[in-house]
Each structure stands twice: as structure tokens, then as C-alpha cells.
Design a protein. Structure first.
Length: 166
């Protein structure tokens, strides 16, 4: 009985301390503001870096760059890439641009059991491979990559494209 009481007190204390620690966490920082829209030259530079990274894998990718509103600025497709990857790359880029965060954030939220993600907008794509493009601390658009059989493999080329503009 004594062990049960001590165990119960320990569990309650741990729960309370965990709740206090959670409540004291500061909110995440605000995303960067939007800047001037990505130019065609910047988009081509991002896609060139993404394409170079993508060629290191056995997959055939599509690459989409959008401005902050989600309008397509530049698109490139590797020969033989699956046709469905075209729209998926564009949607990943739109998600990253419009929500100012990687499309992976929504994938993680859905994997974590948050059902609200599916209700945000029909155009949201909760899949890995969309990254905001930042220049001088401002979001100028986003890049979306699709073509591999798994989202994590799309992330490498997308990140390479985003890094090319930093």
C-alpha cells in the first residue's frame, strides 16, 4: 500500500511538473515576412541546384517554384518523371509559400493526429518536399519537388534549391 501511495504521488508530481513546463514554453517565433516575389532568374538558380542534387539519386523529379501567392514562376521536369509529380510539386510549393513554412510541417501534424490539417484548404499538400525560399530574411516564394516514392527523398533536392538562394 505504501509503495502504491508513493507511486501515485510521484506520477501526479511528474504530471504537474510536465504541465507547468509545457505552459511556460514560449510560442514559436513568427515566420519571416514576405518580400518581393521570386524572379525568374532566382527560380532557375534554385531549380538548377535542386536538379543537381536530384541527379545524385535514382529518381526522376519535377521542380516547381512559385511566388508568395502560390502562382507558378518556373517549372522543370526531368525526362521520364511520373506525370502525377507535376501537380504534386506545384502544390507542395504553394503550401510552403502560402503558409510560410515547409510542407513537412503539415505532414508532421497529420502524422501526429491533428485532423484540422485536412480542413485548412483543399489546396494544402501535407507532404514532404515544399520549402519556402528566403532572401535577406524575407520569403520570396517556395520550391516544391516531387518524384521519389517517399517524401523524405524529395526533401534533399528541395532543400538544395532553397539553399542556393541564401
Amino acid at each position: 500500500m505504501r509503495v502504491l501511495c508513493i507511486s501515485t504521488v510521484a506520477v501526479c508530481a511528474a504530471t504537474m511538473l510536465g504541465s507547468v513546463a509545457y505552459a511556460q514554453q514560449s510560442p514559436p517565433p513568427a515566420p519571416p515576412p514576405y518580400g518581393p516575389p521570386v524572379t525568374t532568374e532566382q527560380a532557375k538558380k534554385a531549380v538548377a541546384a535542386a536538379l543537381a542534387d536530384g541527379k545524385k539519386t535514382p529518381y526522376l523529379y519535377t521542380f516547381a517554384v512559385v511566388d508568395p501567392t502560390g502562382s507558378l514562376v518556373y517549372f522543370e521536369k526531368m525526362d521520364g518523371a511520373v506525370y502525377a509529380a507535376t501537380e504534386i510539386a506545384i502544390r507542395k510549393a504553394r503550401t510552403a509559400a502560402r503558409f510560410k513554412r515547409p510542407s513537412k510541417a503539415f505532414f508532421d501534424a497529420m502524422e501526429g493526429g491533428h485532423p484540422f490539417v485536412a480542413t485548412l484548404t483543399p489546396e494544402l499538400t501535407a507532404s514532404i518536399g515544399g520549402i519556402p525560399l528566403e532572401v535577406d530574411g524575407k520569403i520570396i516564394g517556395a520550391i516544391g519537388v516531387s518524384g521519389s516514392p517517399s517524401g523524405p527523398t524529395d526533401l534533399g533536392p528541395a532543400q538544395a534549391g532553397a539553399d542556393a538562394l541564401k
